[in-house]
Design a binder for this molecule. Structure first.
Ligand code: ADP
Ligand code: MG
Length: 290
């Protein structure tokens, strides 16, 4: 319990710091097109939420990311595919500040240089990341997990003792709907199926209202039915959030993606519709390992 309280307290402090920081800025956090922005606030006036330019990183002489160029549009749902070891997870590590590239530029909107920020700052600026393994609090209920994940001026105690503000309760209800867990709100997260835990974790990320969501293999280990529901869920998020989804399941990718980027050997090998990239000779070669 101490851990949870500490985490809540930290989140609250971060929120207060953010309020102080943005009080003098011209746009609010969700400001998008056509606003004037102060340095350090998200500016997507040019329609792009994420830019990677000429990014490289080596581990013990091995170039995991090799002069990678990639950008994501505001509200876009981009799928990233590629063989194992292509650098997909490493790319997410770089965007979220977990790994520092050796060279290159990484920008969130056109003004925020992500390479100047720590992992925790990047998360607070609105980049949410879901790792492959679900990391929900198993001993708390679904609702408590969501309440705890919510940012905003609430005490951590309120989150775990059901004393929620009406505004938070409303957001929580909406979130339960989105993640298909309306009828499971009082269950312990530990009792949920693998797929339901993944949805809960996505819901927890959404409670923080991220502008950009990074999902690493979200449907791995899910049943076909869960995979379909996840596709529906991500399609409802498109437009409201920008999403980057790494996935191997081509049926799933086909269901959700407009644009697919194929990564191989740390760089973009092909980009286009799923049909286009699947017909690409070079893509066929890397997948067949020739
Ligand atoms: P993908 O997610 O596309 O399967 P990864 O990004 O996990 O690929 O890995 C790309 C390559 O970089 C792999 O060869 C992997 O072994 C290597 N790699 C990734 N992270 C590290 C690290 N922290 N230290 C050493 N090697 C790493
Ligand atoms: Mg990976």
């Amino acid at each position: 319990m101490k851990d949870l309280l500490e985490q809540g307290a930290e989140r609250y402090e971060a929120h207060q710091a953010r309020l102080a920081q943005t009080a003098s800025a011209s746009g609010d956090r969700s400001a998008s097109y056509g606003r004037i922005h102060a340095a350090g606030t998200l500016d997507t006036t040019h329609g792009r939420i994420l830019y990677l330019e000429d990014v490289s990183v080596s581990f013990d002489g091995f170039r995991a990311i090799n002069q990678l160029n990639l950008d994501i549009g505001v509200g876009e749902l981009r799928c990233i595919i590629g063989p194992n070891g292509a650098g997909k997870t490493t790319m997410m590590d770089i965007i979220t500040g977990k790994t520092r590239p050796d060279t290159g530029r990484v920008f969130f909107g056109s003004t925020i240089d992500l390479l100047q920020h720590k992992e925790s700052e990047i998360a607070n600026m609105g980049i949410g990341r879901k790792f492959q393994k679900p990391t929900v609090f198993e001993m708390l209920t679904v609702s408590e997990n969501l309440a705890l994940a919510a940012k905003g001026p609430k005490s951590p105690w309120a989150a775990v003792t059901h004393r929620l503000t009406p505004a938070l309760q409303e957001r929580l209800d909406a979130q339960l709907d989105t993640i298909h867990l309306q009828n499971h709100r009082h269950r312990l997260a530990g009792e949920l199926s693998h797929g339901q835990k993944q949805w809960l974790e996505i819901g927890m990320l959404l409670m923080q209202e991220p502008s950009l969501l990074l999902l690493d293999e979200p449907v791995a280990g899910m049943t076909d039915h869960e995979t379909e529901r996840t596709a529906e869920l991500l399609l409802t998020l498109k437009g409201k959030h920008s999403l980057m989804v790494v996935e191997h399941d081509m049926g799933f990718v086909k269901a959700i993606a407009d644009v697919v980027t194929v990564l191989a050997e740390g760089r973009v090998l092909a980009q286009g519709s799923l049909d286009e990239v699947q017909a690409n000779e070079q893509v066929i070669e890397v997948y067949l390992g020739r």
